[in-house]
Design a protein around this ligand. Structure first.
Ligand code: IPE
Ligand code: MG
Length: 230
């Protein structure tokens, strides 16, 4: 969800004003994904590296998280959204941690869209914490066990990764899980990313050929469509 700061600066507003509108954009995106039958939406809200921002912006983001939780969770409960926070909790204040846990508890029995909010998250952190946990338990470390031990182990790998705001890099997001994801970059700033922007991204995704290491001829030959044994 990149581009909040620039959106605000262009309007001569403080950066935190952009983050506020970013929350509105997220609410819209969650509804749009649910309406389109998307099963899982994972958003990058605050990275392990974002602590290096000016202190007032960091505290503004923490306050905004608390406010957004208080305001949005009742509606998420009604809409059937199951909320998960993904990231290192230790570094967060007790009140923020309490808010995250409460939001998760309140939506735990929902069966609609799974919304993962990556907060104090980094892709490398996730790989390292998963490996550390497996090693401590004496479990063999392989691709399957690592995938399951990751903080994102409760959802399948993403089909599509969208980055708004014009940068064309991954910036430590879902490093392990995006191995075969389609990547989509748009100059649209996150606060401006609306239903039409989402539909454009989905249309681009639909036009891609996903080969998973196979040849184009194999994919066209229907190998992937072979019926699964019951
Ligand atoms: C929001 O966008 C994402 C967060 C890390 C909170 P930015 O704050 O990175 O916006 P720009 O890139 O400065 O425009
Ligand atoms: Mg940015």
């Amino acid at each position: 969800m990149d581009g909040n700061g620039r959106w605000a600066t262009r309007r001569l507003l403080p950066r935190v004003a952009g983050h506020k509108v970013g929350v509105d954009s997220l609410r819209r995106c969650v509804r749009a994904c649910a309406a389109r039958g998307i099963a899982v939406l994972t958003v990058f809200a605050f990275s392990s590296e974002n602590w290096n921002r000016p202190q007032d912006e960091v505290s503004g983001l923490m306050d905004l998280l608390a406010m957004a939780l208080a305001r949005e969770v009742p509606q998420l409960v009604k809409d059937g959204v199951q909320l998960h926070f993904v990231g290192e909790r230790e570094g967060l204040s007790p009140s923020v941690r309490g808010g995250l846990a409460q939001g998760e508890r309140a939506t735990a029995h929902n069966t609609g869209l799974i919304l993962n909010v990556c907060f104090n998250y980094g892709g490398r952190w996730d790989i390292a914490q998963a490996a550390r946990r497996l090693a401590a338990a004496g479990t063999e470390i392989n691709e399957d066990s690592l995938s399951q031990a990751m903080a994102l182990g409760h959802v399948p790998d993403p089909d599509l990764v969208i980055r708004t705001g014009g940068e064309q890099r991954i910036s430590n997001f879902m490093l392990w899980q995006s191995a075969y994801s389609e990547l989509y970059f748009t100059d649209t700033l996150w606060p401006d990313f609306d239903e039409a922007s989402l539909d454009q991204a989905i249309a681009a995704f639909a036009g891609r050929e996903r080969r998973f290491g196979k040849t184009s001829a194999q994919v066209a030959g229907g190998e992937q469509r072979r019926p699964q044994a019951a």
